[in-house]
Design a binder for this molecule. Sequence first.
Ligand code: 2AM
Ligand code: CA
Ligand code: CA
Ligand code: CA
Length: 259
Amino acid sequence: MKLEERAALVKEWVGEAATFIRQQFETEIQVQTKSHRTDLVTNVDQAVEVFFRKKIEAHFPQDQYFGEEKMGDNPTSLNGPVWIVDPIDGTANFVLQQNHFAIMLGYYEDGEGLLGVIYDVMHDDYFEAIKGKGIRRNGEAFIPRYTDKQLDQSLIAINGGMVMRNVYDVQDLIVASMGLRIYGSAGIEIVGLMKGEIAAYISPRLQPWDIAAGMVFAEEMGLKVSQLSQEPVDLLQANAVIIAYPSTYDAMIGNFKNQ
Ligand code: 2AM
Ligand code: CA
Ligand code: CA
Ligand code: CA
């Protein structure tokens, strides 16, 4: 199946999932904690992940699937066709703000990102990246307007916990920038990069589903993405990640202290 056809199918599924998610605000959402008091999961995250797994299984039974809420396989390799799904990215925002969360899907073949989707559910803003074909926003070709700027002219986004604890001395980088923004959803932060609101997003522990879609966008937009150590991102484990416009990336990458 052509990538464009896959992309059209995904768009249909995401639309259906988003309608379901919005309807859940009329019901009582069941919230549980995972690794930490602030690490949340709800019945809605789980239901949406089951929904995507079933769609993928029905249409592409040969493909590997993995998602945050572990409703699929535990991935051991990126060989062949692989889907990487975050049913709700920004669960704390979903629970507490009913806003500022995203659905994210990445589709890879032999480790190469071919399709990325990030959907800002409450703003009905749909971003799709197809390898070699650029980005579409709500069905229209999307032309990034941001011009590459120096760090002192740039707003940057950094994970909140990392800022609070000054992990890798990131506060020095914030001081050197135009200012800090924290959105609380990797997907919404990557959308912020595409819209040119921010010039960099940095997080100390992104899981494969937090960054798989974003890496396809990065490739199509000419953004730089790597681990903070400058190693390539490994989609079989958690990574400390920077995704940024080239000048901002170059200004920051050598300055993550005490890694
Ligand atoms: P999630 O909401 O899908 O879990 C919050 O800063 C961002 O980091 C969100 O995109 C969130 O994704 C992600 N994240 C990754 N690991 C997390 C964790 N252990 N606790 C909270 N957020 C996490
Ligand atoms: Ca989570
Ligand atoms: Ca996530
Ligand atoms: Ca999630």
